[in-house]
Design a protein around this ligand. Structure first.
Ligand code: FE2
Ligand code: FE2
Length: 334
């Protein structure tokens, strides 16, 4: 029995009809449907419910402006298959185009992500681990490789921007494909899962009302174009932050994960162009293990010891209950 792609709105009408007329029609998921982070939210062949339709719409960043599509198989519980009314399903060409685009941009993201991680691993190998030494930093090889890492992060950033643009017009398949990428190592897979999860979570929290229309390309929502551009930039930074949060562990053979937040921050701090391009990246890497502490003490201070000497520079974090307390602490250090 072949799958068809139907909008959640039309599917809702079908479900109501089935219920109202007591028909023996069943609507089942055509394949596993994934949630943010890559876990299966609706298993293949499970009956689709209205609640699940609401969840799918909620997940779609462009749900207010564009239909949310889901691949289903509709059949009679007893007897032969029964296709939906003509005109209800999405044209096959549109489904194929959405899938083709999702495959293309997600692949680009994953390939560039692997390039970044590989280069970082190479740098750790040259400097003999995640603890940088002065002599290692003077190594010409390190300088060249850091420059290459900068280029790779920028290419990765460009690929992520393209993926976010497509995701925000409702193509959530992109995030599923990135989270389920088969070829990646466990480390890369974890990094990609976190990136996808953080980006989807952030877009749910940030996308509201008119802004939603602006990112989905509604010309009447032009007043929010600037905000829309800001949101796209922020989501790309969150994606990169999610991907690189454990970059302090991208050693070939990390002895333990202790201090990997500082090692990762150190690595990024060696590339000023990236610090400028992604101003929150260092903070994401430094504070990523402290979610529980941040919940009670959300005012964060990043302390840069030996800021003037990049060879000795190191990072510490402090946590305060209020911004005022954090400011006082910073003032006392000055
Ligand atoms: Fe970590
Ligand atoms: Fe992690």
């Amino acid at each position: 029995m072949s799958a068809i792609s139907i909008s959640t709105r039309d599917l809702r009408v079908i479900l109501l009809e089935v219920k109202g007329k007591d028909m023996s029609l069943s609507v089942r998921a055509a394949h596993d449907i994934y949630g943010p982070g890559g876990s299966v939210f609706i298993a293949s062949n499970a009956k689709i419910t209205e609640r699940q339709l609401s969840w799918l719409e909620q997940r779609n960043p462009a749900a207010g402006q564009r239909p949310t599509y889901v691949d289903v198989v509709i059949s009679q519980e007893r007897g032969g298959s029964r296709p939906p009314e003509s005109g209800v399903s999405e044209p096959i060409s549109a489904t194929q185009e959405r899938t083709r685009k999702a495959r293309e941009v997600s692949r680009e993201v994953v390939v560039k992500a692997e390039d970044v991680a590989r280069k970082a691993t190479e740098i750790y190998r040259i400097v003999g681990g995640s603890a940088f030494t002065v002599s290692a930093l003077r190594n010409r090889d390190v300088v060249d490789n850091l420059q290459e890492l900068e280029g790779r992060i920028k290419h990765f950033h460009t690929a992520v921007r393209a993926a976010i643009d497509e995701y925000l017009i409702g193509n959530t398949l992109i995030m599923d494909l990135i989270a389920r990428h088969d070829l990646a190592t466990r480390t890369i897979q974890h990094a990609l899962n976190v990136a996808v999860f953080a980006t989807e979570l952030a877009s749910q929290a940030l996308l509201k009302g008119d802004l939603c229309a602006a990112v989905a390309g509604d010309p009447d929502a032009g007043g929010n174009a600037v905000q829309s551009a800001d949101l796209k930039r922020d989501l790309a930074e969150i994606f990169l932050g999610g991907f690189m949060h454990d970059c302090g562990l991208w050693n070939e053979d990390p002895a333990s994960d202790e201090g990997h937040e500082v090692s990762g921050t150190q690595l990024i701090s060696q590339i000023p162009e990236i610090v400028e391009l992604l101003p929150s990246l260092m903070q994401i890497v430094l504070f990523h293990s402290d979610a529980i502490r941040i919940a009670t003490k959300p005012a964060l201070v990043m302390i840069i010891d030996q800021a003037d000497d990049e060879r000795k520079r190191t990072f510490k974090s402090e946590f305060y209950r209020t911004a005022e307390e954090a400011r006082t602490s910073v003032g006392m250090r000055a």
